[in-house]
Structure formats: structure tokens, C-alpha cells
Design a protein around this ligand. Structure first.
Ligand code: MG
Length: 447
């Protein structure tokens, strides 16, 4: 059976790999899985292919007997919100998040507003590979309706979070993508002075690439300083992730954004549980300790974090890439809520972003990778592990070597033909040393 779903749903080049035919089959297979009943929320980003794919998915869903509730152009967290608000049995989001403009993706969501897990995806893959879908009879074909989810989403946030008292100037960079329809307006309504940048919708992404990497955010860093703003917000293409630029134009890593958001979000929680992955900075452990709680570390990827929270609970979840989940709000990463949490943190503390960041311990990280074909990955992983006998190791999500002053994570990528090496330590020199040790071990293992 062909595996269609990757870590973030079905992804591919629009109209080449991800065709209207495939999108139709995905919609029909989802409807079959749902036994042709219930309302399914459908959202999309502003890529050039998104409306075409929305039409195809909708045709599939209704052909299979489900009703489609089109919420139109929305960030991913708004789709998650809409599923719950409109009591849908499932959701479909059409987006390729941070990928370049020629890509697109289809991702399925459950009735709880969380991404579908692998088990459910396998069931849908089976329906497609066996062409085991069921079309509804003429009188059972689903209906299509349109609903606005953006205003209800904004009202819900504004109902939860009071307006800020402090005058804050914020530069918001949405990469000309889906975040543009919510974040600038929401932060303005919260009482911030917003300077929008790359917030005109354009599916060719002329302003910058939708991945919020340091090289794609140089203009934002300059603009924050030039405008004397308090901070800058950068979303990825579907605004489920956020990175922050401080008032000096320095970009904070995703782990530190997560740590600051946690500081504010969990301020009144007793013994909070912070759920994250083995690839996130030690700073999350420091924050959990500061709040009198604990940190749980899991294998890499949003689905792993969401599944844990679903089963065992957790007060906040997140990753090193700036994706944060607020389980008392949505079971989906919400970059818009992260921007709101940072605004509230600045408002309540009266501090600057750089000063807040300086209250957390400083760590140094090195991230490297080596090409490694799929078939060699397990052999390399075993040979790497042999070289760390006698060290304190953890096998969750790869090989994590824990030392007195840092850690080293060696793992095969789940989506690309590469082997990764992450190192973190309290000094730059030590982090470099650990990374070197890791890279040496991978190369010696034949990677
Ligand atoms: Mg995203």
C-alpha cells in the first residue's frame, strides 16, 4: 500500500503530485471513513492552487454524503477552532505550511480539533489504495455551506484576553500568507500599534519564503529596529508557528519563544506539565522548574505531542520550531495565540523582550546533518549507538546522550534522507565539542 500521509498530511507539488483527482479521492475517502455522515469543516490557505484543491476536496466529501462547511481562507488554528465551534465531525485543511509556493497539502483533523493520528490516516490510505470508497445515492449527496470562522475566533480570543494597558508597537510579518487575515487585526483590537509587513495576500509569496528561518527574516529584524518597535512577530505560511524578534532586532529561537509563552500561560497553574520533544532546549526544563512543574520529553513531531496530551493531559505543548499548543484552548499549534501570549507577557511584566529572554538561562546550540539514504538509516543508528556505551543515554526519538553540561541528539530524519545531529550546552565551546563528537560518530558509522 502506498503511504500518502507524511508528518503533516499529504504534501506535494500542486497539479503534478497533488492533483485535483487526488484531492477528490482524499475527500471521498474521508467521507467513506465517516460513513457519509456529518459536517466537515474545510479551510484553505492562499496558495495559487488552494481554491482548486478546496473545490476538489469538497466534491469528494459531498459525493461521499458528508456536508461541507467551507470556512474559506484561514490560518490552520482557525480551522481547528471552527471544527469545534461548528460541531463538525472532522476537518480538512488545505495548506503546505512553510513549504515553497509550488507545493500544497491536505491535512485531516478529528472532531476534537486535533490532527488525525496515524491509525486513522492508515484507514483512509487503505480506502484510497483499494478504491473502497462509497458514493452516496442522488438523494444522499452532501450540501455545501459557507461560514465565517475568523470573527468567532477573534471574539473568542478577545473574550479570554483583556485589552493591554501598555502601549506596544509590534511589527507583524505574515509572509503574504494566511496569518495576514487574523494577526494584524487581532493585535490591533488587543490595543497594540501594529505595523504590518508582508500582510498583503499573495500566493507567490513575494515578500519572503513562508519558513520563518533566520535568513528569511532579515527584513523583519531590520524593520523592528528601524521602527523602534517593541518586538516583531513572524508566522509560517499557515500561522500555526510563531517566531519573535526582540527590540534590538535579534531573533529568538523557537524554543525560547515557547519558553516565554509558557511563562505567561502557566503563571497561575500549580505544578504545570510542559510537554515537548527530545529536540527542544533545556530552557523548557528551567521554565517548568521555575513554575514548580515538570517537563515531559517525547519523540519528535507535533502528532506525538498532541497524542500524548490527548491521552495523558498536559498544560502546554510545543517544539523547537516555534509551534506551541495550548490544550485549554485548542489541540492544535496556534501561532496567533503565541503572539497574544507574548503581548500579554510584555504587558503584565512591563519588561522588554530582551530583558525577559535574559531572565532565562543561556544555552548554545549546534544543528548539523549528514546525507543518509533511507535504507542505511537503521544500520547507521545501531552503529552510532554502539559508540556511546557507558554514557547516560535516552532512546526516545533517537539517541540522546546526556552529559553534565548539555546533551547530544543523534537521529535519522523521518521525512528526508538525512541523519541529524543536535547539540546543546551551557558554553559555545562545549556545544561545538559535543556536535563534533556526534558528527564523528555518525561518519564512523558510515553515515
Ligand atoms: Mg505550519
Amino acid at each position: 500500500m502506498q503511504r500518502l500521509f507524511g508528518t503533516f498530511g499529504v504534501r506535494g507539488i500542486s497539479n503534478v503530485e497533488l492533483t485535483p483527482k487526488l484531492a477528490f479521492e482524499l475527500g471521498l475517502a474521508l467521507a467513506t471513513h465517516l460513513r457519509g455522515r456529518g459536517e466537515v469543516a474545510v479551510g484553505r490557505d492562499n496558495r495559487t492552487s488552494s481554491e482548486m484543491l478546496e473545490n476538489a476536496v469538497t466534491a469528494g466529501l459531498t459525493s461521499g454524503g458528508c456536508n461541507a462547511v467551507l470556512v474559506g481562507l484561514v490560518p490552520t488554528p482557525v480551522l481547528s477552532f471552527a471544527i469545534k465551534r461548528f460541531r463538525c465531525v472532522a476537518g480538512v485543511m488545505i495548506t503546505a505550511s512553510h513549504n515553497p509556493p509550488q507545493y500544497n497539502g491536505v491535512k485531516f483533523w478529528g472532531s476534537d480539533g486535533a490532527g488525525m493520528n496515524r491509525e486513522q490516516e492508515v484507514k483512509i490510505e487503505k480506502i484510497i489504495s483499494k478504491k473502497a470508497w462509497k458514493r452516496a445515492p442522488w438523494h444522499g449527496i452532501g450540501r455545501v455551506s459557507r461560514s465565517d470562522a475568523i470573527m468567532p475566533y477573534m471574539d473568542a480570543v478577545l473574550g479570554k484576553v483583556p485589552r493591554v494597558g501598555r502601549k506596544l508597537k509590534v511589527v507583524v510579518d505574515c509572509a503574504n500568507a494566511a496569518g495576514s487575515v487574523v494577526t494584524p487585526r487581532l493585535l490591533t483590537e488587543l490595543g497594540c500599534q501594529v505595523i504590518s509587513m508582508n500582510c498583503q495576500l499573495d500566493g507567490t509569496f513575494p515578500g519572503r519564503f513562508p519558513e520563518p528561518s533566520p535568513q528569511n527574516l532579515t527584513e523583519l529584524m531590520k524593520t523592528v529596529v528601524a521602527c523602534k518597535a517593541d518586538f516583531g512577530v513572524a508566522h509560517d505560511g499557515d500561522a500555526d508557528r510563531t517566531l519573535i524578534v526582540d527590540e534590538r532586532g535579534q531573533l529568538l529561537t523557537g524554543d525560547r519563544v515557547f519558553a516565554l509563552a509558557a511563562l505567561h500561560h502557566l503563571r497561575n497553574k500549580k505544578r504545570p506539565k510542559v510537554v515537548t520533544t527530545v529536540a527542544t532546549s533545556m530552557v523548557l526544563g528551567d521554565v517548568a522548574e521555575k513554575l514548580g512543574g515538570k517537563v515531559v520529553r517525547l519523540g519528535v513531531g507535533e502528532p506525538v505531542v498532541v497524542e500524548y496530551i490527548r491521552r495523558y493531559g498536559g498544560d502546554i505543548g510545543g517544539e523547537e520550531n516555534g509551534g506551541v499548543i495550548y490544550p485549554d484552548w485548542l489541540l492544535c499549534r496556534d501561532g496567533i495565540m503565541t503572539a497574544v501570549e507574548i503581548v500579554k507577557l510584555l504587558d503584565s511584566s512591563g519588561m522588554k523582550v530582551s530583558d525577559l529572554d535574559a531572565t532565562l538561562p543561556k544555552y548554545f546550540q549546534f544543528k548539523q546533518k549528514v546525507e543518509c539514504p533511507e535504507k542505511s538509516k537503521s544500520k547507521v543508528a545501531a552503529a552510532v549507538a554502539k559508540q556511546f556505551k557507558g554514557y547516560r543515554i535516552d532512546r526516545i526519538g533517537g539517541l540522546r546522550v546526556i552529559t553534565e553540561d548539555g546533551w547530544l541528539l543523534l537521529r535519522a530524519s523521518g521525512t528526508e534522507p538525512i541523519f541529524r545531529c543536535f547539540a546543546e550546552a551551557k558554553s559555545e565551546e562545549r556545544a561545538k565539542e559535543l556536535a563534533k563528537l556526534g558528527m564523528h560518530a555518525i561518519k564512523k558509522a558510515g553515515g
